[in-house]
Design a protein around this ligand. Structure first.
Ligand code: PEP
Ligand code: MG
Length: 563
C-alpha cells in the first residue's frame, strides 16, 4: 500500500510501525453484580498507574531534568488523593456501576471544577487530572500504554498528530514519523527537520489501515509512505537511502567554506533554532549565525513563565557559543500552533489571526519586560540582535520599541551591562507590514521575512491544513512580489534584509532570492550546506535579470516552470 502525504523532513526510514492512538478510550456505563469486584478493579488500576508513573518520573529525571519530572510527581499526588478515591468508591457503591465509568464520571466533575478556577495555575491542573484519570481507565481495561519517550529504536511512529513538544521529546528514540494532519511549516515539521528525523505529515485518515508492527518505508523527500512493501521495493529504497546519505556526506566538504555567489556577493547562511539542544546542529552544519531563535520554545519547555535569570542564562549561552557571530533572538511568539500548558490563551475561532505574539506581549507587558531585560543583559556577551514577531503596523513597532527603551533605562539605573549598539529588527510576516515596509524600514536595523506566515496571510491559506497543500506555496506571484518589495524597501533605507521562513531553505528558490538581493538566509541547520552549494554556484547578477519576467507570471505553476 502506498500513501501520499506531505514531505516534512527529508531522508528515508524503514522499520516497524508504532501506532499512537490518541482517541480517549470509549467507556460504556454498565450495571454490575459485585461492587467489591469493581472496587478491586479500581484499586488495581490505581496501583498499576502508580507503578508506571513512578517509572516515567525516574526516566524523566534522568534524561530530561528535575523540572519536567515534577509533572509526574504532581500526577502521583493526584493518584494518592484520598477525596478523589473516596468519591470514586462511593460512586461505585451508590450506583452499582463499573469502575472505569466511575473514574470517568468523578474525574469529569473535578476537571470542570479546576477548569473554572480563576487562578491560572489551578485551572491548568485540570489537564493533569484528565491525564491521570485516562491512565487509570486504560489500566482498568488493560489497554497498552503509549509514551512518546518510550518508543523503541528504529520504529516509525504513526499518529493522528504530534504536538511540537512531543516531537522535541522524541529526540533520538524514533527513526521517523507520519501524522494524519499538519503541513510542511507546522512547528512539528520544523522540529523534525532540526532533529534530522525523516517525516511525512498530512496523510489523511490512515491510522485504521495500518497495524503496529507493519513494515513501513517513509520517504521524507517525496512524502511517500509504503506499507508492507515487496522485496524489490525495499531494495529500491535501500539504494535511494544510500544515495541520499552519500549526497549528505559530499556536502560536508562545504563546512568551513564561505558562502559567496559567483559574482562575489557575500551571503550569510544562518540557522533557525528553538532550544539550546539545537546548537549541536547549528555548529555541526557550520551556520554563519543564528537568524532566528524561536524563544517561545524556552517557554514551552518550562512549566512556568521563565524568569529573567533563566532566560538571561540561556541567551548568554547561545551568544557565547556562537562566538561573536550574529544571533537574532525573536521575542515571544506564542499563540497559533504554539501553546503554553501553564498560561491559558483564550479559545479563539482563528488563533493564527488572534491574540498572539507581539499583540500578547504588548498587552501582558510584565511578561514582555522580563524577556526584554534578559535579552539586553545577554547582549553584553555576544552579537545579539533582537527581533519582534508579527508586527502589522507602525504603532505596534513603536510600542515595542518604547518598552525596549524602558527596559534599557531600568538596566542603566541599576548599572547593569548591556550592548547599547544592539541591532533591533522586525519580522515581515504580515502582508500589511510588507506593504508599508518602506515606512517601517526607517525605524529598524533589519528585516527578516517570515514566509511561513506571510504565505498563509497573503493567500488566505492555513499553513497547517493538509487539504490546502497545493495552494500553500511561496511560488505564488503575489508572495514573490511582496518579498521583492520588502527587499527593495529595506535596501533603499540602507538596512539588511534576511529571510527566516522555510522558503529560505528551498534550494530551488535560493537563486531567485539571490536575484532579488536577499542578504541573509536562515533555515533548519540540516538545510545549510545544500543552500551553500546553491549560493556558491549562482551568479546573483544574472539571476537578477530573470526576476522581472518571473514576477509577471500569472500563476504559481508558471513561476515554478520558469524557476
Ligand atoms: C515565519 O512565519 O515564517 C516564521 C519564521 O515564524 P514561525 O514559523 O515561528 O511562525
Ligand atoms: Mg511566523
Amino acid at each position: 500500500m502506498i500513501i501520499k502525504g506531505i514531505s516534512a523532513s527529508p531522508g528515508i526510514s524503514m522499520g516497524k510501525a508504532i501506532i499512537k492512538n490518541s482517541q480517549a478510550t470509549q467507556i460504556i456505563k454498565m450495571q454490575i453484580g459485585s461492587v467489591d469486584k469493581e472496587i478491586d478493579r479500581l484499586k488495581q488500576g490505581i496501583e498499576k498507574s502508580r507503578f508506571e508513573i513512578e517509572k516515567i518520573y525516574e526516566k524523566t529525571l534522568q534524561t530530561i531534568g528535575e523540572e519536567e519530572a515534577q509533572i509526574f510527581q504532581a500526577h502521583l499526588l493526584i493518584l494518592e488523593d484520598v477525596t478523589l478515591y473516596d468519591d470514586m468508591v462511593g460512586f461505585i457503591q451508590r450506583e452499582a456501576v463499573n469502575a472505569d465509568w466511575a473514574v470517568q464520571t468523578i474525574a469529569k466533575q473535578y476537571i470542570t471544577l479546576f477548569e473554572n478556577m480563576a487562578d491560572e495555575y489551578m485551572s491548568a491542573r485540570a489537564a493533569d487530572i484528565k491525564d491521570v484519570s485516562q491512565r487509570i481507565i486504560r489500566k482498568i481495561n488493560q489497554i497498552e500504554e503509549w509514551e512518546v519517550s518510550e518508543v523503541g529504536d528504529a520504529g516509525i511512529l504513526f499518529a493522528e498528530d504530534l504536538t511540537p513538544s512531543d516531537t522535541a521529546n522524541m529526540a533520538s528514540s524514533i527513526s521517523g514519523f507520519v501524522t494524519e494532519i499538519g503541513g510542511k511549516t507546522s512547528h512539528t515539521a520544523i522540529i523534525a527537520r532540526t532533529l534530522e528525523i525523516p517525516a511525512v505529515v498530512g496523510v489523511g485518515n490512515m491510522l485504521p489501515t495500518i497495524q503496529s508492527g507493519d513494515y513501513v518505508i517513509i520517504d521524507g523527500e517525496t512524502g511517500i509512505v509504503v506499507v508492507n512493501p515487496a522485496e524489490e521495493t525495499i531494495n529500491i529504497y535501500k539504494q535511494k537511502k544510500q544515495t541520499y546519505e552519500e549526497e549528505k556526506k559530499a556536502l560536508t566538504q562545504l563546512i568551513g567554506v564561505p558562502s559567496v555567489t559567483l559574482d562575489g556577493k557575500k551571503i550569510e547562511i544562518s540557522a533557525n533554532m528553538g532550544t539550546v539542544d539545537d546548537l549541536a546542529g547549528v555548529l555541526k552544519f557550520d551556520a554563519e549565525g543564528i537568524g532566528l531563535f524561536r524563544t517561545e520554545f524556552i517557554y514551552m519547555e518550562s512549566d512556568h513563565l521563565p524568569t529573567e535569570e533563566e532566560q538571561y542564562e540561556t541567551y548568554k549561552k547561545v551568544a557565547e557559543t556562537m562566538q561573536g557571530k550574529p544571533v537574532v533572538i525573536r521575542t515571544l511568539d506564542i499563540g497559533g500552533d504554539k501553546e503554553l500548558s501553564y498560561f491559558k490563551l483564550p479559545k479563539e475561532m482563528n488563533p493564527f489571526l488572534g491574540y498572539r505574539a507581539i499583540r500578547l506581549c504588548l498587552d501582558q507587558t510584565e511578561i514582555f519586560m522580563t524577556q526584554l531585560r534578559a535579552l539586553l543583559r545577554a547582549s553584553a556577551h555576544g552579537n545579539i540582535k533582537i527581533m519582534f514577531p508579527m508586527i502589522s503596523s507602525v504603532d505596534e513597532l513603536r510600542s515595542a520599541k518604547v518598552l525596549l527603551e524602558e527596559a534599557r533605562q531600568s538596566l542603566i539605573k541599576e548599572g547593569v551591562a548591556y550592548n547599547p549598539e544592539m541591532e533591533v529588527g522586525m519580522m515581515i510576516e504580515v502582508p500589511s507590514a510588507a506593504i508599508i515596509s518602506d515606512i517601517l524600514a526607517k525605524e529598524v536595523d533589519f528585516f527578516s521575512i517570515g514566509t511561513n506566515d506571510l504565505i498563509q496571510y497573503t493567500t488566505a491559506v492555513d499553513r497547517m491544513n493538509e487539504k490546502l497543500t497545493q495552494l500553500y506555496t511561496p511560488y505564488h506571484p503575489a508572495v514573490l512580489r511582496l518579498i521583492k518589495q520588502v527587499i527593495d524597501n529595506g535596501h533603499r533605507a540602507d538596512i539588511w534584509v534576511g529571510m527566516c521562513g522555510e522558503t529560505a531553505g528551498d534550494a530551488k528558490l535560493i537563486p531567485v532570492l539571490l536575484g532579488m538581493g536577499l542578504d541573509e538566509f536562515s533555515m533548519s541547520p540540516s538545510a545549510i550546506l545544500k543552500a551553500r552549494s546553491v549560493v556558491n554556484t549562482t551568479d546573483s547578477k544574472l539571476a537578477a535579470c530573470t526576476i522581472g519576467t518571473l514576477l509577471n507570471q500569472g500563476t504559481a505553476e508558471a513561476v515554478m516552470g520558469l524557476v
